[in-house]
Write a protein that binds this ligand. Structure first.
Ligand code: CMP
Length: 484
C-alpha cells in the first residue's frame, strides 16, 4: 500500500518535471519550426516573382528568414542544453546545481558558432574574421565577469589542491579582522560554506577564502593544539599562577573532552603593561569538540580555580603620583637649589638646612668636558668633588708596565678626591670625564667645618675610601696576574 503510494508520488513528480521541461522547450521549438517553414516556403515562392526590385526584396527577405531560422535554432539548442544537459544530467551527476557562469559560457559559445554559421552558410563568407573578433569579445566578457571567474577557478583550485575538505574544522583569518571558525559544509564552484557552532552557515566566496590564511585544524591529523592567554600582576609568584592555571586546564579535561594526552601546559608568554602574560596550551579533536566549546570549558574551569585561589586577572594600570611638582628645574648656580641638590645626595642627606646652606655658599661649581682629565695621579690636591650630572672613569698606573688600569667609575650623586683631602697625600688615581660633567668642588677647610659638626660624614667618607683602596689593590693585582 505504502509502496504503491510512493510509486504514484514518484510518477506524479516525474510528470511535473516533464511538464516543466516541455514548457521550457516547446516555445523555442515552435519559433524554430515556424522560421524553418517560412524559409522553405519563401525559397519556393521566389520562383513566382520576376523583375530586379522584386528579386532583391525576395533575396533580402530570404536572408532575414534564414538568419531568424538559425537564431531560433540556436535559441532552441541553448534551451535544450541548459534544460537537459546542465539542469538534469550534470546536476544529477555532480549533486550540486551547475553555476550560472557555466551555462552562460556555453550559451556564448553556441552563439559564436551560430554567428559563424550565418556568415559562412547564409552569406557564404569566410569565417576566420569572426573567430578573430570572438577572441577580443571573450576578453571583454572575461573582464566583466572576472570576480565570478575568479571564484570559479579558485573553487576548482581548492578542490584540486585538497588543502581542506568537507567536514574539516577550519579557521579563516579574514583580512577585515573578523575571523571565522567552522566546519566545512560544502565547497561549490563559487563559495565555501562553513557551519559555525551557533548553527549559522557562513558563505565565503572562493576568491576571498583563496586569498585568506586558513588554519586547518583537521590536518595533518585530527588532533589540534589551541592556546589561551591570561595576564596577572607581576608581583604574583609565577609558580603559584602556573599551579592554579594548570589545575584549571587539567580540570577541564574529563567533563568537556579536552584531551589528556598530549598534556596541557602553562608557560609564561611575555611581559605586558598590565603584568605577566601566561599561555595555556591544550589539545582537542575539533571534529569531536568544537574549538569555541573547548575554549569555554577551559576558561570557565580556570576562572573557578582562580576564584578559589583568590587570584584575579591583571587590570590595565596607570600610576598617579600625588606629589608637588617643582615649579622649575633646579639650577646648580642658585644657592637654594644647591641646598636642594646637596640634600638629595646620600652623604649629606641628614645634614640640617643651615649647615647645608653654609656648605652651599662655600663650594665652587665646576664643569668638565668629556675626556677632560679632572685629577691626575700623583698631583697635589686638597679638595674633593661632588658629581651632580655626568659620569667619570678612574684609572691607576701600573708600575710594572706603566699602563693605566681602570679601577672604577663615579656616577652622579657620588664624590671623588676624598683620599688626598683626608690623607694629605698626592692624588692616588687619575679621574677622567667619560661624559660632560657638572659638579661642586669642596675645599679641605670647608670639609673640616662639616666634619666637626657632623662626624658621621667623615665616617661615611672614610668607609668609601677604604672600599676604593681595596678595589684599587684588587684591580692592580688582577691586571698583574693577567699580564704575568
Ligand atoms: P684622590 O686620591 O684624592 O684622587 C683620585 C680619586 O679617585 C681618589 O681620591 C678617589 O676619590 C678616586 N678613586 C680611587 N680609587 C677608586 C675606585 N676604585 N673607585 C672609584 N673611585 C676611586
Amino acid at each position: 500500500m505504502g509502496d504503491a503510494r510512493s510509486r504514484s508520488v514518484g510518477i506524479q513528480q516525474d510528470c511535473v518535471m516533464m511538464r516543466q521541461i516541455l514548457q521550457k522547450i516547446i516555445p523555442p521549438a515552435m519559433i524554430f519550426l515556424l522560421f524553418v517553414a517560412v524559409a522553405l516556403i519563401s525559397n519556393g515562392a521566389s520562383g513566382f516573382f520576376y523583375g530586379d526590385v522584386t528579386n532583391r526584396v525576395v533575396t533580402v527577405s530570404n536572408y532575414v528568414v534564414q538568419i531568424l531560422a538559425v537564431l531560433s535554432g540556436l535559441y532552441l539548442l541553448i534551451r535544450l542544453i541548459n534544460v537537459l544537459v546542465w539542469d538534469n544530467l550534470v546536476t544529477q551527476a555532480l549533486g550540486t546545481p551547475i553555476p550560472r557562469l557555466i551555462k552562460d559560457l556555453s550559451a556564448i559559445l553556441i552563439c559564436l558558432i551560430g554567428i559563424t554559421i550565418i556568415v559562412g552558410v547564409v552569406f557564404e563568407q569566410p569565417v576566420t574574421g569572426i573567430w578573430a573578433t570572438s577572441g577580443a569579445f571573450g576578453v571583454v566578457i572575461g573582464f566583466a565577469l572576472r570576480s565570478l571567474i575568479l571564484d570559479t577557478f579558485t573553487g576548482l583550485a581548492i578542490n584540486v589542491d585538497n588543502s581542506y575538505k568537507i567536514g574539516d574544522w577550519v579557521h579563516v583569518h579574514s583580512r577585515n579582522r573578523v575571523d571565522y571558525i567552522g566546519c566545512i559544509l560544502e565547497i561549490n564552484w563559487r563559495t565555501t560554506r562553513l557551519k559555525t557552532t551557533d548553527n549559522n552557515v557562513i558563505i565565503i566566496p572562493n576568491s576571498l577564502i583563496g586569498q585568506s590564511i586558513v588554519t586547518n585544524f583537521s590536518s595533518p591529523s585530527d588532533i589540534s593544539r589551541f592556546e589561551l592567554c591570561f595576564c596577572f600582576d607581576a608581583d604574583l609568584p609565577s609558580e603559584r599562577v602556573i599551579r592554579v592555571l594548570l589545575a584549571g586546564v587539567k580540570g577541564a579535561v574529563s567533563p568537556s573532552g579536552i584531551e589528556e594526552h598530549p598534556e596541557p601546559t602553562v608557560r609564561i608568554n611575555r611581559v605586558t603593561d598590565a603584568g605577566i602574560e601566561y599561555r595555556i596550551r591544550y589539545w582537542i579533536y575539533p571534529a569531536k569538540l568544537s574549538p569555541p566549546k573547548a575554549r569555554h570549558a577551559v576558561i570557565s574551569s580556570v576562572q573557578r580555580n582562580l576564584r578559589t585561589a583568590g587570584i584575579s586577572l591583571a587590570r590595565p594600570k596607570q600610576d598617579i603620583n600625588l606629589t608637588q611638582r617643582p615649579a622649575r628645574p633646579l639650577n646648580t648656580d642658585i644657592l637654594d637649589d644647591r641646598v636642594a641638590l646637596l640634600s638629595s645626595i646620600d652623604l649629606f642627606h641628614h645634614i640640617e638646612t643651615e649647615a647645608l646652606q653654609a656648605l652651599a655658599s662655600n663650594i665652587k661649581q665646576v664643569a668638565f668636558k668629556s675626556l677632560d682629565k679632572v685629577v691626575a695621579e700623583g698631583d697635589k690636591g686638597d679638595s674633593m668633588f661632588i658629581v651632580i650630572e655626568g659620569l667619570l672613569d678612574v684609572y691607576v698606573r701600573n708600575d710594572a708596565d706603566g699602563k693605566d688600569i681602570k679601577v672604577g667609575h663615579i656616577t652622579s650623586g657620588q664624590f671623588f678626591g676624598e683620599m688626598a683631602l683626608l690623607t694629605g697625600k698626592p692624588r692616588s688615581a687619575t679621574v677622567v670625564a667619560s661624559t660632560d660633567v657638572v659638579g661642586y668642588e669642596i675645599t679641605h677647610h670647608c670639609m673640616q667645618d662639616l666634619f666637626r659638626a657632623y662626624p658621621e660624614v667623615l665616617e661615611a667618607i672614610s668607609k668609601v675610601l677604604a672600599e676604593r683602596q681595596l678595589l684599587k689593590c684588587c684591580s692592580k693585582s688582577r691586571h698583574q696576574l693577567v699580564n704575568y
